[in-house]
Design a protein around this ligand. Sequence first.
Ligand code: NAP
Length: 295
Amino acid sequence: MPTIAVTGATGNLGGLVMDHLLTSGVAAGDVIPLVRSDAKGRRFAARGMAPRVATYDDPEGFARAIEGVDKLVLISPPSPDNAVRLQQLHGAVMAVHASNLTQLAYVGLADPEERPFCLEDVDLAIEHSILAAGIPFTFLRNSVYLDELGPELAAAAASGELLSATGNHPMNWAPRADMAAAIAGAVTQEGHLGATYNLVSPEPYTYDDIAALLSQATGRPVTHRAAPGPDVVQSLTTWGMDPDHAQAMVEDFQAAIATGKCHTTGGDIERLSGRSGRPTADYLVSLAQSAQSSR
Ligand SMILES: NC(=O)c1ccc[n+]([C@@H]2O[C@H](COP(=O)([O-])OP(=O)(O)OC[C@H]3O[C@@H](n4cnc5c(N)ncnc54)[C@H](OP(=O)(O)O)[C@@H]3O)[C@@H](O)[C@H]2O)c1
């Protein structure tokens, strides 16, 4: 069986990708979590996986860490600074270029040409570097994680009002676990080399739709109210969200939705994973409950 390394293994998405690799039958010893220190690798070693230390900031160490690896899931790093992310990913791609990998699965953002987040230029540049270097690739373009909405849903369930500065434009968000399952599918099934997948929901949801789903699932009325960004930040902060996080939710996520460019739909999640990629009422309630309990 080919060995599969995963960057961002200690993160939300990387962890879920590895879980799906294991449940789809990849032997634990063939899963290689790439972590930033030996200490961070111990919990994976305890599960029989084979962690290695690699950071994007040390291209030579990264190259050593992927020696002998067959496939790599390269998840775009979390820095919001495009120049930093570009440099980090460039180092990783050059390391892959010098290796014998049979598949590089690069995970960036959905619909990069639309640029709703102003982060997508890096994804496009990296995809082009991978193409130019002749690396065997699969591109996986992720929508926004529906899971990011948890605190907003909890605040809405408590107050009966879901506030947003989205202009009620649709968003093609999908559960992170469904996107992770699709990514795992792309490196475990045959036939995905040279393919580009847009991992978005099969239908887009507005904040009106989300409020209606929440009402239906909780049995209590929740309405969506359009509000200026600072009011939404204030309301989330009053509920208990960290002010910087609240600001990012409004100025990054809600502002991206308000561009009206996040409406594309598709069936790639289901094609790769068999999971729907559709936000369900029960899932929204579970997100609200988990945000409420971790407040
Ligand atoms: N689609 C969306 O809605 C959305 C939302 C947020 C982020 N993203 C993007 O999707 C990616 C995965 O999301 P996530 O929720 O899994 O993020 P996350 O939970 O914040 O995980 C980030 C991972 O990157 C690792 N990392 C950070 N800096 C690194 C470096 N210099 N070298 C090597 N590893 C480094 C972290 O390692 P440590 O544990 O050691 O810190 C962690 O494993 C993010 O990196 C970001 O690009 C997408």
